[in-house]
Design a binder for this molecule. Structure first.
Ligand code: ADP
Ligand code: ASP
Ligand code: MG
Length: 403
């Protein structure tokens, strides 16, 4: 007998029909002799709707209270799915994140899982119950509810698979696997049979929301047998694993992230220590800085610009403006009409000309590159937000994914 963790996202449980569809997948897996732990997200747009409701009352609500509110979405899903499974005549129990033993740190709204205290889970599995767990939530050491960040139910599922040494962790969603680009935008995107943890981690971090990036990080760390597949069509999905077969593909995928803002610290002295000051101020506020560009010094001054997630723009601007004198900047500017387009692939390490190909595609489409950053397995460019979809399509077209 095996143990399988199955996770179903919001669209997969959006109404009664979809919930029964999930109940059938789960009970078939159970009837085949497996123990099954199921993780579910909030139904459809519930999380967005809850955020809108909060904004009506208090747009500056504390993150603690936001987590109390947002965690309710997943609790609706677990009970409804358990009721559907009861109706099909199977033994089932639903558990909130804290009943399932999820202990997190205290970063409300973006908490990290510290451990899972799995006694209750084992008790229920020993009784041969199907266990339904609310994704995206846990409890911190003050016994307060926390959530794991948008898309975090994937991470709940992988964490459970790691803790319980599951044979397989299946992420069921509304597409039938991981593609070379978002298949809703790039119509000729190609489905991948498999992708390495490292490449998937880059794609997820750079905007491909099909998997929460921390779920991939955790799957790599604990070597979880991970698969992304469709809840609506019964066919093989994409395997995410350590090593994948050799192939000719230079790059594995293209991703777009428009949850980004560019900040520029203008006219700082062109002397040692300034970048250190700027970025240590940001680090103290836990701002995640991505692409960094420093202008050539002229007349003894220079500009430093960088990108941050949109949600951290205000924090970054506040701390920089408060310290404007200390860093000798004459102004702090920002632009949130930007998007980041990235190509990812381990194959680019050993091949020249990949960057040129990407830049040529953008040039031919008349899209200006505002910033560039590279690593061994990715190249990212910052462009105007309104050109993002076009850029995704032309960059994808520039590469041959059928190799
Ligand atoms: P769920 O609610 O099941 O968690 P998400 O909406 O979080 O689903 O993720 C699935 C979506 O990710 C797809 O509908 C697709 O539009 C988007 N997506 C973005 N990039 C990719 C990619 N490279 N491959 C597959 N899907 C992608
Ligand atoms: N419901 C949460 C969200 O919408 C978590 C998830 O779907 O994974 O972000
Ligand atoms: Mg998701």
């Amino acid at each position: 007998m095996g143990l399988i963790v199955q996770k179903f996202g919001g669209t997969s449980v959006k109404d009664a029909e979809r919930i029964f569809n999930v109940a059938r997948i789960v009970t078939e897996t159970y009837s085949a002799g497996n123990n099954v732990v199921v993780v579910v997200s909030a139904q459809g747009d519930t999380t967005d709707d809850l955020i809108a409701k909060a904004n009506e009352i208090n747009p500056n609500a504390s993150k603690r209270e936001m987590d109390v509110l947002l965690s309710t979405g997943e609790q609706i899903s677990i009970s409804l799915l358990a009721m559907a499974i009861e109706k099909l005549g199977f033994p089932v129990v639903s558990l909130t994140g804290w009943q399932a033993g999820f202990v997190t740190n205290s970063t409300y709204g973006n908490a990290r899982i510290r451990r899972i205290e799995s006694e209750r889970l084992h008790v229920e599995l020993d009784k041969r119950n199907i266990v339904i767990v609310a994704g995206f939530q846990g409890l911190n050491r003050y016994d307060d509810i926390t959530t794991l960040g948008r898309g975090g139910s994937d991470t709940s599922a992988v964490a459970l698979a790691a803790e319980l040494h599951a044979d397989l962790c299946q992420i069921y969603t509304d597409v039938d696997g991981v593609y070379t680009a978002d298949p809703r935008i790039v119509k000729n995107a190609v489905k991948l049979d498999e992708i390495s943890f490292d490449e998937m981690l880059e794609l997820a971090t750079l905007g491909a929301q099909v998997l929460h990036n921390r779920s991939v990080e955790m799957a790599k760390k604990y070597n979880v047998n991970l698969e992304v597949l469709s809840s609506l069509e019964r066919k093989p999905g994409t395997k995410v694993k350590e090593a994948v077969k050799m192939e000719k593909m230079l790059i594995k995928g293209v991703a777009c992230d428009d949850d980004v803002a560019r900040i520029a610290v203008m006219g700082v002295p062109d002397k040692p220590g300034i970048a250190f000051k700027v970025f240590s101020l940001l680090a103290k506020e836990k701002v995640n800085v991505d692409i960094i560009l420093q202008s050539i010094g002229r007349d003894g001054t220079k500009d430093i610009s960088f990108t941050v997630p949109l949600s951290q723009k205000e924090t970054a601007l506040t701390v920089l403006n408060e310290n404007k004198e200390a860093i000798n900047s004459h102004s702090i500017e920002y632009d949130d009409n930007v998007a980041k387009i990235s190509i990812v692939g381990a194959g680019m390490q050993s091949n020249s000309g990949v960057a040129a190909k990407m830049f040529e595609a953008l040039y031919e489409a008349g899209i200006n590159i505002r910033m560039i950053s590279t690593s061994e397995i990715k190249i990212s460019v910052l462009i105007d937000k309104e050109k993002a979809e076009k850029a995704l399509i032309v960059v994808h077209d520039a590469f041959d994914f059928n190799a």
